[in-house]
Design a protein around this ligand. Sequence first.
Ligand code: SAM
Length: 453
Amino acid sequence: MDQTTTPRPHRGDQLTLTVDTLAFGGAGVARHEGYVVFVQGGVPGDTVRVEVGKAKRAYAEARVIEVVTPSPDRIEPLANHPGAPWQVIPYARQLEIKAEQVDDALRRIGRLDGYVLEPIVPAEQEWRYRNKLEYSFGRDADGRLICGFHAPGRWEDIVEVTDCLLASEPGNRAREEVVAWCREQGLEPYDRRSGGGFLRNLVVREGRRTGEIQVRLVTSPGKLDEESLVRATPSVDGLLWTRTGSVAETTAGGETELLAGVERYEERLGGLSISISGEAFFQTNTEMAERLYALAIEYAELRGYERLYDLYCGIGTIGLLMAPRVAELWGLEIVEEAIADAIGNARRNEIDNAHFFAGDVRLALRELVERAGRPDVLVVDPPRAGLSQKVVRRIIEAAPKRIVYVSCNPTTLAPNAAQLVEAGYELTRVRPVDMFPQTPHIECVAQLERRSG
Ligand SMILES: C[S@@+](CC[C@H](N)C(=O)[O-])C[C@H]1O[C@@H](n2cnc3c(N)ncnc32)[C@H](O)[C@@H]1O
């Protein structure tokens, strides 16, 4: 029923709306008699029929059930792929939107201006760029075992993929080998409603430069015929099996066992040879990570004498790329396996001015300053939530001359940058980098300089 008389709609209502803009995170923004409705799957210029989900005092969330009149901007999607919601927007327009959203976040949320917004760096590949894919198992309408992605807004349903256009061909081949074997064995998918069943997820990682493929099958506790799985997956270089009883929809945790090949996979990046363990974060677009890090190096403006901090350093990649241009590098990261990788990666690449520590930046930064001395240049690359105000205060206390902020979320970069500006830093330049074509995700690098005096 159309709710044209009541301004505030309710869950389950169906409305016909026109999408005006895109919000951070990628939902379309429409208005229903002044009331804001975020439309999942809506593109500016679309008239859509939607069903309302969550309805709050200030806004509601809704999903498209029918595109009544498509936006003139819309293009035909290449694939039914829940991981590529922006594929209906031409790539050049995606880039414009991302650049506008970075500027908008800094200006509106951070109330910042005076910085140079440098042109967005487009992705080298618009498709098949991901080095890591996490698939889920389920059943199709005929009860057949399938492997793919959760359907948007219908968490329990899986959309099958047979050629994932975000993965490389070898990565797709590896997945298909495992899925064919699972079907042959008659294995049951995990049932997200009852908690029964066995097959949960399949994580496929790829060294884009080395061609190494690592596959990790995640199941509930139980047994499988390990030898026949190894025989059935000839294109895999490292085969791992994780058993978990957790009810959470995550591929982390559980007990992991190596069934065949190598436990860690290798990659080459910006002249470094790196080894990556299962639990460590690694940028999912290798080619664009190289571009992102090159930009961070440019913004660091290193002269050779500096003490450099790399906070939230993961396996150490950014700092290690900068290490030949500084006197000392100090890296801090919470995941111990990642720090073990960072130390190993320094050794592999014969870098001897690097020091890495496992610790929570919130608690360990003061201690690092006491131990290492104040940094000249500080790089931060936090998760999407950004830095807490307390961490920003600790950074201000550490008083680096220059901060290079690598951000995967401009809406958290903005308040962090504003707090730094308030404390005497100047936001000098910002450059978005498109790591994730066909998706709303935005990465950018910002440079902040401490004003003298
Ligand atoms: C966006 S990743 C960046 C990793 C690395 N700089 C890179 O480019 O590969 C963020 C990292 O922050 C780490 N992390 C999250 N919370 C942390 C905390 N409180 N203290 C230290 N590290 C943390 C995560 O484990 C992850 O490795």
